[in-house]
Ligand binder design. Structure first.
Ligand code: PGA
Length: 257
């Protein structure tokens, strides 16, 4: 199987002490695994700076990602997070446009588009989240997704060494816990990924489209993870709640071999 992306989004759930402890535990466990997949851990900003210190001299067993960044790298922007500094901390990835930010902080696709540009400029791989707020008819859902993608990726260009990740995260499937039926059906996921691929190819051309990975997020558990990859054709997973439980998260990692 092609190398898959498994991304943990810890959101704002852990204390710094818990986050650092989880990273140290996962580091020891990853050292024992033979997984060829790419594991990305996205703790909150305060934890990121502590773990980057811990990981500095060590062999790279996983990548670090941030949960957001600002659309400028330097300047008088009180409270914002520079993508350039994230790169300096050792991040390779940054989540942009998560539905919690779109809804709670009213982040628009225009703002998200600027963040994506700046993240790419700073050498980060953006994990761009898209997804409908509620279950819609196929036509309505596709129209919604197309608009979200086109505005978010407005004027995007990638050099041959750059890539982006599109995370299909239907909002209705996020944070529902461990119920299989509350997450997206893998067959429905396949139709969404096919649609996103068609849009990317049509609007951005073959050179850009081939540097995009399509992943799924929304109540992923160790029981459903394999199906999203196999039947859902996802290139990877964005895992929230289940990534906080290290036993469960390890089972997710082991389910994708
Ligand atoms: P969840 O979160 O796995 O708890 O649904 C996923 C996400 O919000 O990225």
């Amino acid at each position: 199987m092609k190398k898959k992306l498994i991304i943990a989004n810890w959101k704002m759930n852990l204390s710094i002490r818990q986050g650092v402890k989880n990273i140290q535990t996962l580091y020891r466990e990853c050292a024992k695994k033979k997984s060829k997949n790419t594991l990305v851990l996205c703790p909150d900003f305060t934890t990121l700076s502590c773990v980057s210190h811990f990981l500095k001299e060590k062999k790279k067993l996983f990548s670090l990602g941030a949960q957001d960044c600002f659309y400028e790298s330097r300047g008088t922007y009180t409270g914002e997070i520079s993508p350039q500094n994230l790169k300096e901390l050792g991040c390779d990835y940054v989540i942009i446009g998560h539905s919690e930010r779109r809804m709670i902080l009213q982040e628009s696709s225009d703002t998200i588009s600027k963040k994506i540009h700046q993240a790419i400029f700073c050498g980060l791989i953006p994990i761009v989240c898209v997804g409908e707020q509620k279950l819609l008819s196929q036509k309505q859902g596709n129209n919604f997704l197309e608009k979200q993608i086109l505005v978010s990726l407005n004027h995007i260009s990638l050099s041959p060494s750059q890539s982006i990740v599109i995370a299909y995260e239907p909002v209705w499937a996020i944070g529902t816990g461990t119920s299989y039926h509350a997450s997206c059906d893998p067959i429905l996921l396949k139709t969404k990924i096919d649609f996103l691929k068609t849009i990317m190819l049509k609007k951005f051309g073959v050179h850009l489209a081939k540097r995009v990975s399509y992943i799924y997020g929304g109540s992923v558990t160790s029981k459903t993870s394999h199906a999203f990859i196999k039947e859902g054709t996802a290139d990877g997973l964005l895992v929230g709640t289940a990534s906080l439980d290290l036993k469960e998260f390890n089972e997710i990692i082991d389910s994708i071999v």
